[in-house]
Design a protein around this ligand. Structure first.
Ligand SMILES: Cc1cc2nc3c(=O)[nH]c(=O)nc-3n(C[C@H](O)[C@H](O)[C@H](O)COP(=O)(O)O)c2cc1C
Length: 190
C-alpha cells in the first residue's frame, strides 16, 4: 500500500514514503546486523553538548523484553504491536552529568529516534512509535536509575496486508494521511 506524502515539491523517497503502519508480519525477523545499524543511526544523532541523553531497551518477538514491553502497552497498541519483529522502549536521561536539568533531552532523543527510523526504513523495515503505554509500569519493569524515564515504545517490523487487522484498526491503516498546510508551520512562502 502506497501512502506517499502529498508534498508541494518532491522529497527524498525515504521521507515521502515513510508512514506508521500497524499491520506487521508476525513471521518477519530482524537480523542482528540490521538491528545494529538501526541503533548506530540513533547513536550518531546530534545532541546538545553531545550529551546523548537516550537509552534504549530492545526486545525481539517472543523474548522476555518483548513480552515485558508488550505487557505495558495500552490494549489498542497491544493488539497490533505484538506482531512486530522488535519492540523498543525509548528512555530519556533528563539530567546532565553535573546534575543540572538537560532542557533539550526530549528533543535530542526524538532526533535520535528520527534517524533510527530513516535507517530502518532504508533497510526495508517499518516503524511505528507509541506513547500509549503505562509509563510507571515500564519504569518498574526496566529500572534504569534516577532521572531516566520512559518516553515511547517503538514497533519495528515488516509491513503486511491491512487485511490482517481487525476492522477498526484496518480502517485507520487505509485512511489517507493528512498534515497542516506548509504556511501554517513556517512563516515564509515560496
Ligand atoms: C510520540 C508518538 C507517539 C505515538 N503514539 C501512538 C500510539 O500510542 N498508538 C498509535 O497507534 N500510534 C501512535 N503514534 C503514531 C501517530 O499517530 C502517527 O505518527 C501520526 O498519525 C502520523 O501518521 P504517519 O506517521 O503515518 O505519517 C505516535 C507517534 C508518535 C511520534
Amino acid at each position: 500500500m502506497n501512502k506517499r506524502a502529498d508534498t508541494s515539491v518532491s522529497l527524498h523517497p525515504l521521507i515521502a514514503d515513510r508512514w506508521s503502519p500497524r499491520a506487521f508480519d508476525n513471521n518477519a525477523l530482524i537480523p542482528g546486523e540490521d538491528l545494529a545499524a538501526i541503533f548506530e543511526a540513533a547513536r550518531w544523532a546530534p545532541s546538545a553538548f553531545n550529551a546523548q541523553p537516550w537509552k534504549f531497551i530492545v526486545g525481539l518477538r517472543g523474548d522476555e523484553n518483548f513480552n515485558s514491553i508488550t505487557s505495558v502497552l495500552v490494549p489498542f497498541n497491544q493488539e497490533w504491536a505484538s506482531r512486530a519483529s522488535a519492540l523498543i522502549l525509548t528512555n530519556v536521561i533528563g539530567f546532565r552529568e553535573d546534575g543540572t536539568v538537560n532542557q533539550t533531552a526530549m528533543y535530542d532523543t526524538g532526533l535520535a529516534v528520527s534517524l533510527m527510523t530513516v535507517e530502518a526504513n532504508h533497510r526495508g523495515y517499518d516503524v511505528h512509535q507509541m506513547s500509549g503505554f503505562d509509563h510507571a509500569a515500564a519504569k518498574s519493569k526496566f529500572p534504569l536509575g534516577a532521572g531516566i524515564d520512559p518516553v515511547t515504545c517503538i514497533a519495528i517490523g515488516k509491513r503486511t496486508s491491512p487485511d490482517s487487522l481487525s476492522e477498526e484498526i484496518k480502517a485507520r491503516e487505509v485512511a489517507p494521511r493528512s498534515r497542516k498546510p506548509l504556511d501554517e508551520i513556517v512563516n515564509i512562502t515560496w
